[in-house]
Design a protein around this ligand. Structure first.
Ligand SMILES: *[C@@H]1O[C@H](CO)[C@@H](O)[C@H](O)[C@H]1NC(C)=O
Ligand SMILES: *[C@@H]1O[C@H](CO)[C@@H](O)[C@H](O)[C@H]1NC(C)=O
Ligand SMILES: *[C@@H]1O[C@H](CO)[C@@H](O)[C@H](O)[C@H]1NC(C)=O
Ligand SMILES: *[C@@H]1O[C@H](CO)[C@@H](O)[C@H](O)[C@H]1NC(C)=O
Ligand SMILES: *[C@@H]1O[C@H](CO)[C@@H](O)[C@H](O)[C@H]1NC(C)=O
Length: 401
């Protein structure tokens, strides 16, 4: 940082501190009671409404003619072998399309807030990369793309920490640092969502990735047992004891079935027996204490609000084509031509950080784990449906023009 930049940075820091000091305006007692009453009645109303919507959603399983689907250029190539045969599932592109159409909501897609790039105030992308979702591959893709779109890719922030969670002063330092980045920078690091609104700072273009919650856990389990990871880990933390051979050989099936603490995912728990990043939502929820309990409804609610308001794109490698198409269309300054670049380099990018040791996981084990991730699944499906909506909105535009 130059001297000038440092000075303006310090001034901003002081401004932010002042803003904090004068934030709280006490309300008279009466109005507090009134507000509480109002809040309770609103909550109740919304609760009733949600229930009604849920039952309507179940009723609406109207089948759609495939020809209509392909007329929009939706070839359905997202349906993998695994999903084939249940493609009217609401959590697929086809299912989302069908649902929107049957409820008359397709036309309103255009007025929905799907393009958050418009509302970001910085020409900087902040990819606060989620763990075990293939974020390393997207990182490599942005590096390959950088010269084409005149981008600067940064994979280190102002803080030298390994954790995704930051203390309040660290959050502020990082937010201010992001605000000083040059236009055209992509900043990529493991970090929970940062609250730029709270510091009254301009907000960057947020992006991230999600992945099926149970797949993430299996991936993590075998990742920590891989030679690659252990070599890196040992170099960084030479004093940690090396795990036993038994630990290395333990299968995920046995780990879950025997109730081994390493494979216990208890809803509401805050402390993990082993750090395993089981809370995918934490990356999107942020640093609020309410974000901490695993699989809590409140945490996913906060995470959804942040995604809807702040994230330009939350993609997934499970839908590579859709994700890249949406990135390119919604953040063209940064992702123009990304599909072509991916096609040309896909072999090396796909193999990035790939772990080939992925033994068979029994279906009942998968089911046991899945049951404890109910809310995590809801968040994951929420993100995917939003991605499908963004994609469908593009197809509609293309068909009109
Ligand atoms: C992705 O799209 C490209 C063309 O844009 C196509 O060649 C390819 O088969 C698609 N891949 C998948 C997995 O659907
Ligand atoms: C590339 O970006 C840098 C920094 O934003 C800018 O100074 C430079 O003019 C840009 N170059 C081109 C060719 O657009
Ligand atoms: C690692 O262990 C050595 C000897 O046991 C000790 O001197 C050193 O301070 C330890 N380093 C850390 C980072 O704990
Ligand atoms: C799921 O959570 C319950 C507690 O709600 C716990 O008893 C059980 O062991 C957990 N199962 C797994 C596989 O984490
Ligand atoms: C979204 O907004 C950005 C920035 O204004 C713009 O460049 C892009 O074309 C928009 N994309 C869509 C699909 O509306």
């Amino acid at each position: 940082m130059s001297l000038n930049a440092e000075r303006s940075y310090k001034m901003k820091l002081r401004d932010v501190e002042n803003a904090f000091k004068y934030r709280r305006i006490p309300y008279p007692k009466r109005s507090v009671e009134l507000i509480a009453l109002l809040a309770i009645s609103c909550t109740f109303f919304l609760f009733m409404h949600t229930n009604k919507l849920n039952s309507r959603l179940k009723e609406m399983e109207v089948k759609l003619q495939p020809s209509e689907f392909s007329a929009l250029g939706l070839t359905g190539n997202h349906i993998s072998g695994h999903d084939a045969g249940k493609h009217d599932d609401i959590n697929t592109l086809h299912g989302t399309y069908q649902y929107l159409k049957s409820t008359g909501q397709l036309d309103s897609l255009r007025s929905e807030r799907l393009n958050n790039t418009r509302h970001s105030q910085l020409d900087v992308v902040f990819f606060n990369r989620n763990a075990k979702v293939g974020s390393e591959a997207l990182m490599e893709l942005t590096q390959t793309m950088a010269p084409h779109n005149n981008l600067t890719v940064l994979t280190k922030g102002p803080l030298n920490i390994n954790s995704r969670t930051r203390s309040p002063p660290e959050q502020m330092v990082q937010a201010l640092w992001i605000n000083e980045l040059d236009s055209g920078t992509i900043y990529i690091e493991h970090c929970n969502w940062l609250n730029f609104h709270r510091y009254q700072l301009p907000r960057p273009i947020y992006i991230n990735l999600v992945r099926d919650p149970v797949e993430r856990m299996i991936s993590w389990y075998y990742y920590v047992r891989s030679g690659y990871r252990n070599a890196i880990h040992h170099r960084r933390f030479p004093n940690t004891t090396i795990k036993s051979e038994k630990w290395f050989k333990k299968s995920y099936n046995d780990c879950v079935r025997s109730g081994d603490p390493e494979c216990q995912y208890v809803p509401g728990s805050v402390k993990e027996a082993e750090g395993n990043y089981k809370r995918q939502t934490l990356f999107f929820c942020g640093h609020n204490r309410e974000c901490l309990p695993f699989d809590s409804q409140r945490a996913i609610q906060l995470a959804k609000i942040n995604v809807e308001r702040d994230y330009a794109v939350v993609g997934t490698w499970e839908e590579t084509n859709i994700t890249l198409t949406v990135l390119e269309a919604y953040i063209p300054r940064f992702f123009k031509g990304v599909r072509d670049i991916f096609e040309m380099n896909s072999k090396s990018i796909r193999n990035r950080n790939r772990n080939n040791r992925k033994p068979r996981i029994d279906p009942d084990v998968r089911e046991m784990v899945r049951r404890n991730f109910t809310n995590e699944y809801e968040f994951y499906y929420f993100c995917k449906q939003r991605l499908y909506k963004q994609y469908l909105a593009l197809q509609l535009e293309n068909n009109l023009s």
